[in-house]
Write a protein that binds this ligand. Structure first.
Ligand SMILES: N[C@@H](CCC(=O)N[C@@H](CS)C(=O)NCC(=O)O)C(=O)O
Length: 219
């Protein structure tokens, strides 16, 4: 990969109340990649965003050479490669069974997160256009994804482990904790307190960590 040569830092576009933006910002913080945070809302600041990102979809990462990247999974893939080039262990292993496991656990976290975002969009519709059966389906999927993660983590915890995959922090843990943080922040009524104790413990631990504290959801 061609390393950044310019002095311009990476620039990350989007609010941290977006779980997709936040997981990228936390990952950059953990990797020690300095970045400028452009905190613009895709809904409330469209005029300011239009010249920068007329797609109105965040996160968007601008590289030091001006190249723009979209879709948080691909941003993370780029950052993992950058980390590996710098001799750091990527948060998603580059190959092997643990890569598959991290990707799959991350996929569950993203299903839960996307369903939560979809519930939020449904709630923003005029009351007469809301479809309760649809919200209920989304809620069922959200809970199913978190249940599957809880089952995995509770099993690992019984054997003394404290991460979703292997014995170190991975993207699966980060995306899961960020997803939980989003649900609890935006839709506290959708988080069934006490139902996912292993996930709650993981989220509490990570939210207290320096990298998560550096990227507050309400900034
Ligand atoms: N799959 C995308 C999802 C990103 C996403 O949905 N971002 C929301 C903010 S949470 C957004 O940009 N919404 C505006 C829109 O879709 O029009 C990713 O992971 O980057």
């Amino acid at each position: 990969m061609s390393e950044a040569t310019s002095n311009t830092p990476h620039q990350l576009l989007g609010l941290y109340d977006s779980p997709f933006v936040r997981r990228v910002a936390i990952t950059m913080t953990l990797y020690g990649v300095p970045f400028e945070h452009l905190s613009l809302s895709v809904f409330r600041q469209m005029d300011a965003m239009r010249p920068i990102n007329p797609l109105f979809k965040v996160p968007m990462l601008t590289l030091p050479d001006g190249e723009k990247l979209y879709e948080s999974a691909y941003l993370l893939d780029y950052l993992d490669e950058l980390a590996a080039d710098r001799g750091l262990a990527p948060l998603t292993p580059r190959s092997g069974p643990q890569r598959r496991q991290v990707l799959q656990a991350t996929a569950l976290a993203i299903v839960a997160t996307e369903k939560s975002v979809a519930i939020e969009y449904e709630r923003k519709r005029p009351p007469e256009l809301q479809w309760p059966e649809w919200s209920s389906r989304l809620r069922g999927q959200l809970r199913q994804a978190f249940s599957m993660l809880e089952q995995r983590l509770a099993g690992i915890a019984r054997s003394g482990g404290s991460f979703l995959v292997g014995d170190r922090l991975t993207q699966a843990d980060i995306s899961t904790a960020v997803g939980i943080g989003f649900v609890r922040y935006v839709q506290p009524d959708e988080w069934p307190a006490g139902e996912y104790p292993a996930l709650e413990a993981l989220a509490a631990r990570l939210e207290a960590s320096a990298a998560f504290q550096a990227v507050p959801i309400d900034q």
